[in-house]
Design a protein around this ligand. Structure first.
Ligand SMILES: [Zn+2]
Ligand SMILES: [Zn+2]
Length: 267
């Protein structure tokens, strides 16, 4: 199996050495990994440019490839934070850099960080969810230099009344619009298994969204643990395989040089 969402110490919120991640991945018998460290330009909380060095990142990944490449496929990715006002800077960041995979994620809504709950202040959960989806719609309408949209219902982690405030039916229309837009521009979604680690009832996204994606003939699904510690690599991936089969998906996806490769789900 392939874990396509992993953070190393090139992200502010992880201390894992890339080499350490590779060793754990081999121990866990993963076939491949993609390191996806954060690039969140103009994040209200921290200044990413101080920590991410593309040159060092590439160097360390290349060193690991020569060391472990015969037993582990290692890919170079990035988790790119989308905000409407930095899309041009995102484009500039990607310019002239090689990545196998660009995972686009929303961590900030209207310049307010979700993680520290700033964006929830003074609004109801339903309004917060609506704002988040509007933000996704705006961002993907103006920016398409990515491969997959990350943790599409990440707000479930932060809602003041808990994830039960997210009633799928209330937002189905917007979700359908978002998923169709992604499919039209050949972009995928991810199953992010960290939902369970955040004590939610399921992965990101909830199964209704996965089902809708399948019904709309969406085919590109990457799988990621979103691990910030190598202990979480491949977290609950067997459950993901079962879930995908239950929803009649026969393949999941990995990316190399920004091109999708479809991996058959065994069994
Ligand atoms: Zn993220
Ligand atoms: Zn992440």
């Amino acid at each position: 199996m392939y874990d396509y969402h992993i953070h190393s110490n090139f992200s502010v919120d992880s201390n894992s050495e890339i080499q350490e991640i590779c060793k754990f991945a081999i121990e866990k018998r993963l076939r491949g990994i993609c390191i996806t460290d954060h690039i969140d330009i103009d994040n209200p909380e921290y200044n990413i440019e101080n920590i991410f060095s593309y040159e060092n990142y590439s160097k360390q990944i290349n060193e690991c490839k020569s060391k472990y490449g015969d037993i582990l496929e290692i890919y170079k990715g990035i988790e790119l934070g989308l905000q409407c006002h930095v899309l041009k800077q995102n484009e500039n960041f990607l310019d002239n850099k090689y990545f196998d995979f660009v995972l686009a994620s929303i961590h900030t809504v209207n310049k307010k960080e979700m993680y520290d709950l700033d964006y929830l202040k003074g609004i109801s959960d339903v309004e917060a969810i609506d704002l988040y989806f509007d933000n996704v719609i705006k961002c993907i309408a103006c920016f398409n230099n990515f491969d997959v949209l990350g943790h599409i219902d990440v707000f479930r982690r932060y809602l003041s009344q808990g994830e039960k405030s997210f009633i799928y039916k209330k937002h189905e229309e917007k979700l359908e619009y978002i998923l169709s837009s992604l499919i039209n521009i050949n972009k995928g979604i991810e199953i992010n298994t960290s939902g369970l680690r955040y004590n939610l009832s399921s992965f990101h996204p909830i199964s209704e969204i996965l089902k809708l994606y399948g019904n709309l003939n969406g085919e590109i699904i990457t799988i990621g643990s979103d691990s910030h510690s190598p202990h979480h690599l491949g977290y609950e991936f067997n459950k993901v395989m079962k879930l995908l089969k239950d929803y009649k998906f026969s393949y999941y996806t990995i990316f190399e040089s920004r091109k999708p490769r479809f991996i058959k789900i065994e069994g």
